[in-house]
Design a binder for this molecule. Structure first.
Ligand code: GAP
Length: 464
């Protein structure tokens, strides 16, 4: 089982129905992935945990689900048409395409698209004069800007007037709805709007499994504050979001905060800090928390001609709020949870022979399946007891039923997908109406009567 941890995670995901390469029977499409029967629960649980923490448990944040296709002027106003691009060069001989900045600073780590000044561009042009294609040594073209937004056409006619974009961030659906949400909820500053949804970027260098893909999901909050309070809220959100990852079991030693330098800031931000995780590929951005100032609301006011200001009834003042934005990726968070939970135990834990085994020590709230029903025999009334119990439990949470193979092998299959509690039904169960519940992490076993199993597991889930 030795080898690269990322490869081992990718293999486990494929083998156990967590994540599959998209359109695999056609050779794949590159950089998109499909969540399988187990992975879909994990993903839903990540999103539910986020929603519970930022909407359900707070008074000052409400939810939204805006459309992916938006009026194209949205992207003029947001600056994405002008600035959301990477500088590219093509090899004239082998036709391969490269990011110009990566060639110049080939030792530098990959980064997300940032805006560059004309001066930086011409410096890069000069530096590239002496650089040849790293693949074949051929001559390179001059730099061209490559916009990362996917274009499509609205309606049956493919003409420039019908061009729309697949949103590259969910944030803009929130900004254009600021007035609708504020007036319909009568929220007072400070308050936030949270949204989970798909975003699309035609990334030049996608890769590292679900870390950087062209279709991904974001979990974003736009938190509207008085301008003078934005800095304070920026700090608070950074801490809140950091704590959320810890509360779901992420090892604090693999999590750190990294403030952006001036030259890294996106065109809309005056400050930003990343929450970084030590993925198997090294330390990389998990989530960004930015102070977007009043940039977006002002831009939308100017381009749409609509008033998006806020009237403060206590001070009688009209103002354009500042925005603090915690913005994370669902897929990237899921990769962090998977990497953190993944443990290979060489020689196994003794229950399934001497083979090496994998235990996914996912936080129970994130675990795709909470409990598996395992009758020790296919006879003697054991399957019936197990199925009856499953029918009670499945009303509260996801369950599984497995009667095939040795009990050691069955434990192992559940450990691989992170099931926290396995319930075995044995011949004694027919007599004493009780079952054995095995804890995934401690491997401790508790004998619990059938009528107490539901509350036993519900209590454990609430405790964690
Ligand atoms: N609204 C601000 C925004 O979109 P970003 O730093 O470009 O900021 C926020 O993206 C988060 O979205 C990132 O921290 C990352 O978790 C996720 N993300 C961005 N691009 C991604 C991609 N190509 N694949 C997967 N996740 C991505």
């Amino acid at each position: 089982m030795a080898g690269n941890k990322m490869d081992n995670i990718v293999n486990l995901c494929k083998r156990r129905g967590i994540i599959f390469p998209s359109s695999e029977i056609y050779g794949g499409i590159g950089s998109t992935w499909d969540y399988g029967p187990i992975g879909v629960h994990l993903k839903n649980n990540v999103k539910a945990a986020w929603w519970k923490s930022v909407v359900q448990e707070r008074d000052d944040v409400v939810g939204l689900d805006a459309a992916i296709l938006m009026h194209p002027d949205t992207w003029k106003a947001s600056g994405h048409i002008a600035s959301f691009s990477d500088p590219m060069v093509d090899c004239k001989r082998c036709k391969r395409r490269f990011r110009a900045d990566h060639l110049v600073e080939s030792m530098k780590k990959e980064e997300d698209a940032v805006e560059r000044t004309p001066e930086e561009m011409s410096n890069m042009e000069r530096a590239l004069e002496s650089v040849m294609c790293p693949e074949c040594g051929g001559e390179l073209t001059s730099i061209r800007q490559f916009n990362l937004m996917f274009k499509t056409y609205m309606g049956p006619v493919e003409e420039s007037a019908a061009i729309v974009y697949l949103r590259p961030e969910t944030a803009q659906g929130i900004f254009v709805n600021f007035k609708n949400v504020q007036t319909s909820t009568r929220k007072k500053l400070p308050f936030g709007i949270a949204q989970i949804g798909k975003s699309f970027r035609n990334e030049i260098t996608p890769g590292n499994f679900i870390f950087r893909t062209r279709e991904f999901e974001q979990m974003e909050i736009e938190y509207f504050t008085r301008p003078e309070e934005a800095e304070e809220w920026h700090k608070k959100w950074l801490q809140d979001r950091y704590d959320w990852y810890i509360s779901l079991g992420i090892n604090p030693e693999k999590l750190r905060l990294r403030p952006h330098g001036e030259d890294e800031l996106a065109h809309y931000a005056c400050a930003c800090s990343d929450i970084e995780y030590e993925f198997p590929i090294g330390w990389s951005e998990l989530e960004g928390v930015a102070n977007r100032t009043d940039y977006d609301l002002k831009q939308h006011m100017e381009v749409s001609g609509k008033d998006l200001s806020y009237f403060d009834e206590t001070t009688g003042e009209r103002l354009v709020p500042y925005v603090v934005e915690p913005s994370g990726g669902v897929d990237r968070a899921l990769l962090a949870f998977l990497s953190d939970a993944y443990e290979e135990i060489s020689g196994g834990r003794g229950e399934a022979g001497a083979e090496s085994e994998v235990v996914l020590r996912l936080h129970p709230r994130l675990a795709p399946i909470k409990t598996a029903l395992l009758p020790l025999a296919k006879k003697g009334g054991l399957p019936e007891i197990a199925k009856d119990l499953q029918n009670q439990l499945r009303k509260c949470f996801m369950t599984d039923y497995d009667e095939r193979g040795s009990i050691g092998r069955r434990y192992r299959r559940q450990d691989e997908i992170g099931t926290p509690w396995c319930i075995t039904v044995d011949f004694q169960s027919v007599e004493d109406q009780a079952v054995t519940i095995r804890d995934r992490d401690t491997m401790e076993q508790a004998r619990v009567s059938l009528d107490k199993v539901k509350s036993f597991i519900k209590d454990k889930l609430e405790e964690c």
